[in-house]
Ligand binder design. Structure first.
Ligand code: ADQ
Length: 735
């Protein structure tokens, strides 16, 4: 028996032994006393019976004073059992007659001998006292019997102790084994098992235990894969070790390289997209296939007959498979349902979502087109498919139906709203069902995960394990986890000198060299709070007129979704406001707002980040916001101040930024002033801390953690399949 069950048994046995020993100590004298009293009572009864039986002749012989007859009668009566002897005392108290065995010490005044019980029974006839009959009985048998009784009782207690102990030890051992195996099942963390399948005594613990394990798993993941170690090499090694070279496919709407016709011929462009920024380094590391919409004017002429090409153009590392969409499809699926419906639905930015049936139909059809492309591109029946963003909520279930063994990982790059907000979508159930085709569903923050679980709980009949963060629906299990996205840490050696960047930027903008610059870099989108940013600058200059001509906001806004009315009117509003502010604070040295609505390439952006004094991120709602992290990564001089909206996912990580509510214009203005006057030492302290975080928690870690989880889920799925096929096989054999 292992040590633990022995200890456990002793815990039962020792108190039991103590209780039994105490009971014996208390009970044995009591029982002894009781039996003695019973036996004495028996002797008394017997004495009275003997007296009654010889009463008649005794009276006669007393009256006749017949000494011989009397002697004979007493001798005969004394033959019986325990009766030792008899005697007769006359009324004067004189011992007149006695059987021969009556001990000498006994007399009529009550003197007694040891181990002898004396009964004196009065004799009278017709009311006249004749004397007393003395009956002496041997009491030694009482002690003998009492000793025997005590012995047997002790034996019973001992036996009782042994039997109960053995039984207790067996029950303890048996329960221990039961608990241990029940615990083992729970610890195996098979979240597919409902809490109700645990033994009843464990049910209250299941939730806590699973939540604790889940937390431990997350912490272990973070600790084991030390963030510093996350590099493209490490990610490649992980893919090799954990996914054993399994096929990796990425699906996104936006392609990482767009070929455009221009006056100089065909040029390659990198889109301004946080998603592309994040996923591209991952694809470089794992050399899979990226399936995306071919949106460039020269895209068709740069692919092979299978619509594929190798990218990046300079040093190809993976395959880009382009999917073509008609104008009608793009209108309905991309502009309509995705960007007029889902985008405003998920961002609380006070722009109403628009839902049209025709857009929905295109969304379904295009999701099916991309799902078909995944199935065609997959060389195996169990690829790892990384689905990107809200354009493909239906695709995971579509792929799952054709490739049930595939591991589908989806990352939702934008926020997930609360159930009430999401509930206004007419196709909410279909979208949720589609998303639950995923093996793993990732969001930027735990808050978005919580919103998603609550939304599913509200609108679908599913089994949700909140502690484990899993949803079971139609036999599929979806794990929902936060994976805060990040950027690839730039190579410091290739970065241009900060002083040179400052000079170049100021020269290119025709600003004096000591001009203070706050930088804004965004897609031109109403969620980015560009209008609020301009208003903050307006207020700053109003409050601090000494800054006019000495400070400017340089806003680079990449045109985005420009065919939508909402975006067109935003552009008009942004242009108009910039113009008005520049008019208001008109100054010969510099405009207050320098607005460039254009796309910048990565090097140009890096120069701007390094040249600016401040980076201003004022999103009204943002899943993460990579601009904030890019700015920090670019500042190897450890200077510069980040002003960051509290409504970005990034604000949950970058605590050393100046966090503001972008709706509060004065707060924005104050933050700008504080940034402009912040001592270099404070800037360094804040920047250093944020740089450590962004460097360690980089995009390789983001992808690595997702892929690690996917590998774990994949292993579990394979084991489950094996168990199922084994049990099916055993069943067939049995039948
Ligand atoms: P976006 O809404 O596109 O991303 P963001 O995260 O800021 O927002 O990424 C924008 C990217 O585009 C950055 O890499 C930036 O450098 C680039 N960019 C912006 N303006 C540019 C310009 N004028 N020229 C060139 N490049 C420009 C979505 C979500 C975010 C989430 C990302 C990643 O809305 O919340 O952080 O996906 O998941």
């Amino acid at each position: 028996m292992p040590i633990r069950p022995i200890q456990l048994s002793l815990r039962f046995i020792l108190p039991l032994a103590l209780v039994i020993a105490l009971s014996a100590l208390v009970l044995l004298p009591l029982v002894d006393d009781l039996t003695q009293r019973w036996f004495l009572r028996d002797l008394d009864t017997r004495a009275h019976m003997v007296a009654a039986s010889i009463r008649e002749p005794l009276i006669d012989y007393v009256m006749l004073q017949d000494a011989d007859a009397m002697q004979d009668l007493l001798e005969r009566a004394a033959i019986d059992g325990h009766l030792l002897a008899l005697g007769f005392c006359d009324v004067a108290g004189y011992l007149r007659y006695r059987s021969s065995a009556l001990p000498q010490q006994i007399n009529c005044r009550g003197a007694s001998a040891s181990a002898t019980r004396i009964n004196q029974i009065a004799l009278e006839e017709n009311g006249i006292a004749l004397g007393k009959l003395l009956l002496a009985q041997d009491t030694r048998f009482i002690q003998r019997r009492s000793d025997e009784f005590g012995f047997y009782l002790t034996l019973v207690f001992l036996l009782m102790f042994l039997v109960i102990s053995a039984l207790g030890a067996w029950i303890a051992h048996w329960s221990w084994n039961g608990w241990v195996s029940a615990l083992k099942n729970l610890l195996r963390f098979d979240t597919a098992l409902p809490a109700s399948s645990a033994p009843p005594e464990f049910r209250p613990l299941v939730g806590n235990l699973r939540a604790m394990l889940h937390q431990m798993q997350i912490e272990r993941r973070v600790q084991l894969h030390s963030p510093q170690a996350w590099t493209p090499q490490k990610l490649r090694a992980l893919l090799h070790d954990e996914l054993a070279g399994d096929e990796v496919l990425v699906v996104s709407n936006r392609e990482p390289y767009i070929h455009e016709r221009s006056e100089q011929g065909i040029v390659v462009r990198r889109p301004a997209s946080g998603l592309v920024t994040a996923v591209e380094p991952v694809m470089r590391a794992c050399s899979g296939t990226w399936i995306a919409h071919g949106s460039g004017t020269a895209d068709r002429v740069t692919v092979d007959v299978h619509d594929r090409l190798q990218v990046p153009p300079v040093r190809p590392a993976y395959t880009l498979r382009r999917v073509w969409l008609t104008n009608e499809e793009e209108e309905g699926y991309y502009y309509g349902f995705s960007n007029e419906g889902l985008w405003p639905l998920c961002h609380i930015a006070h722009v109403r979502p628009v839902f049209r049936t025709a857009d929905w139909e295109q969304y379904v059809a295009v999701n099916q087109r991309f799902a078909d492309a995944v199935i065609t591109e997959a060389h195996t029946d169990d690829p790892v498919v990384l689905v990107q963003d809200y354009h493909f909520a239906l695709l995971p279930r579509m792929v799952r139906e054709k490739l049930p063994k595939a591991t589908l990982i989806m990352f939702w790059h934008i926020p997930w709203p609360n159930p009430e907000s999401f509930g206004i979508c007419p196709w909410r159930e279909e979208l949720l069902e589609g998303l639950l085709g995923n093996t793993l569903l990732g969001f930027h923050t735990p808050f978005h995960c919580k919103n998603f679980l609550e939304t599913v709980d509200r609108y679908l009949e599913t089994r949700i394990e909140h502690e484990a963060s899993t949803i079971s629906y139609g036999g599929d299990l979806t794990q929902v986890e936060p994976y805060p996205i990040s950027i690839a840490w730039p190579d410091a050696d290739t970065a241009p000198d900060v002083v040179q960047c400052r000079r170049e930027l100021r020269e290119s903008l025709h600003l004096p060299q000591d001009h203070r610059i706050a930088l804004g870099v965004d897609r031109l989108d109403y969620t980015k709070g560009i209008v609020e940013r301009f208003q903050a600058v307006d207020r700053l200059l109003e409050l601090r007129p000494e800054l006019i001509g000495r400070f400017s906001l340089f806003q680079i806004a990449a045109p985005s979704r420009s065919s939508l009315d909402e975006y067109q009117s935003l552009e008009a509003r942004v242009r108009k406001l910039a113009h008005q502010i520049n008019q208001r604070y008109s100054n010969p040295t510099a405009p207050s707002i320098v607005l460039r609505i254009e796309h910048y390439d990565a090097d140009q952006l890096a120069t701007c980040y390094r040249a600016a004094d401040i980076c201003l991120v004022t999103s009204l709602h943002d899943g993460m916001n990579l601009v904030a992290k890019e700015f920090i990564a670019a500042r190897d001089d450890e200077l510069g101040v980040l002003i960051l909206s509290q409504f970005t996912g990034a604000a949950r990580e970058l605590h050393e930024a100046l966090i503001i509510n972008p709706y509060h214009i004065e707060q924005g203005a104050q933050a700008l002033y504080r940034a402009l006057t912040m001592p270099a030492a404070e800037q360094r302290e804040r920047m250093r801390s944020m740089r450590t975080l962004v460097r360690d928690f980089n995009v390789y870690r983001w992808a690595g953690l997702m892929l690690l989880d996917a590998a774990r889920l994949r292993r579990r799925q394979r084991v489950t399949e094996k168990i199922h096929s084994h049990s099916r096989y055993s069943l067939r054999r049995a039948v």
